[in-house]
Design a protein. Structure first.
Lengths: 136, 303
């Protein structure tokens, strides 16, 4: 009995320490990695933010199918704001400006109207025949 | 039976040290476990985000994009013109290989020369572009190009590609994940739609689509227009006019920075027509009908 007790007294702290080492040892390197990842992500975010800021300051590029909104005439869009009409972008809106728009109920209704509108097949056929079109 | 333990002072030291070390490590370790949970959540989001968009989701995105475009430019309110553009558009779109969606066409009240498409079948052309077209076959080519973007799912692939590249970190990836796991109409679904719409608009009106997508849309547009009965070179003719209108000293153009040069596009179109051996000399360009039905565009001040 005495012998067993002595052994326990010696082994018990070692068991505790070994257990802790097993439990938390593997986590430590990953903890370091996780912190490093977090730092990298933070740095990336900062860089992205700086990039966005720089992009915002650059002259706006115009997109769409033909690569940009070109003023073929001297007139300006009915919807241009004073600032865009007089600015270097020749009155065209950029992606951010368009993305920032909040469609009104009337705008949304126009989308619905657009979806509902269709040319009846007989009308379309007459249109094609009138134009001597021969679709495949 | 567990023996009674009496520790001596010397034996207590490592135990106390160990307990202190444990106390110090636990918050960090727990933080690590919390990090693992977050990571698991992100992976789950990534899995959801990497699912392809359904037609319904694509249409929902397109509807949002269309609403923003209309809010920005407004629809040009003219019923005969709307009918005409829809007739030409429907004739061309009927030749598209993609028929699982409805195509919708509208004229935007803007003098800028442009045409846009949004996922789900929404196609817009501006008054400025209508004014630059010389005949119906050019209009068919322009609308064909836009239908080509939709049929090729170019914007949809951009969204899906953004998810694959950065589903865990990117806002778009998270948004698509939210779109997938939430019910249409719910607040989270709507929020996700708004985020994606924003990114789509920034792509369409900002950096533009990749050049390969523009060439692909050209190829499809030419093919659809030809199959619809128009001369295949309508788009090529329009791009020529476009290049002249935006030549140095002329109107401002951002094309050189956002899209492939017109010359490159037209070279490919010419090659395509030659390869196909299309002889369209006798096909109608329909300049007269076009002039009649778009007269109001020319009459409009500033357009």
């Amino acid at each position: 009995m005495m012998m067993k007790s002595k052994i326990w007294r010696t082994i018990f702290p070692l068991v505790i320490l070994t257990g802790m080492a097993v439990m938390f040892g593997p986590a430590l390197p990953r903890l370091g990695a996780a912190q490093q990842d977090q730092q990298t992500q933070d740095q990336q975010k900062q860089q992205d933010q700086q990039k966005d800021d720089q992009t915002d300051q650059q002259p706006k590029k115009k997109g769409g199918m033909f690569g940009g909104l070109k003023k073929v005439t001297s007139g300006k869009s009915d919807n241009e704001t004073a600032s865009t009409a007089s600015g270097g972008a020749k009155g065209a809106l950029d992606g951010k400006q368009i993305a920032d728009k909040t469609p009104t109920a009337a705008d949304k209704q126009q989308v619905t109207d657009m979806e509902k509108y269709s040319v009846p097949q007989n009308v379309l056929k007459k249109f094609q025949d009138d134009g001597h079109l021969q679709p495949k | 039976m567990i023996p009674k333990i009496r520790l001596r002072k010397t034996e207590m030291a490592p135990l106390i040290g160990g307990l202190l070390a444990c106390a110090a490590m636990c918050p960090q370790a727990m933080g690590q476990f919390g990090g693992l949970k977050k990571y698991a959540d992100k992976v789950q989001k990534g899995v959801e985000a990497s699912k392809p968009l359904t037609v319904e989701q694509e249409t929902d995105i397109g509807r949002e994009v269309a609403a923003k475009m209309i809010a920005a430019f407004q629809i040009y309110p003219n019923d005969p013109l709307k009918k005409y553009v829809n007739e030409v558009g429907a004739t061309v779109a009927a030749q598209s290989e993609r028929q699982d969606i409805q195509y919708h066409f509208a004229v935007l009240n803007s003098t800028d020369v442009n045409a846009f498409s949004a996922p789900g079948g929404y196609v817009f052309i501006t008054l400025g572009a209508l004014k630059l077209c010389k005949n119906e076959s050019e209009l068919a080519g322009v609308l064909g190009h836009e239908v080509g973007h939709i049929a090729g799912k170019h914007v949809v692939h951009e969204i899906e590609s953004a998810n694959k590249k950065g589903a865990v970190a990117s806002e778009v990836g998270s948004s698509v994940g939210d779109l997938t796991k939430n019910q249409p109409g719910s607040a989270l679904y709507q929020k996700a739609l708004e985020n994606i719409t924003r990114n789509v608009l920034m792509t369409i009106f900002g950096k533009g689509l990749p050049a390969k997508d523009e060439f692909d849309a050209d190829e499809r547009g030419v093919r659809y227009a030809h199959a619809a009965g128009y001369p295949a070179d309508g788009l090529e003719q329009f791009l020529d006019s476009f290049a002249k209108a935006t030549a140095p000293g002329g109107a401002q153009s951002y094309m050189t920075t956002t899209h492939p040069p017109v010359q490159d596009r037209n070279d490919k179109i010419s090659k395509q027509i030659a390869n196909e051996k299309w002889d369209d000399a006798d096909r109608p360009k329909l300049a007269e009908r076009y002039a009649t039905l778009t007269a109001m565009v020319r009459a409009k001040k500033g357009a």
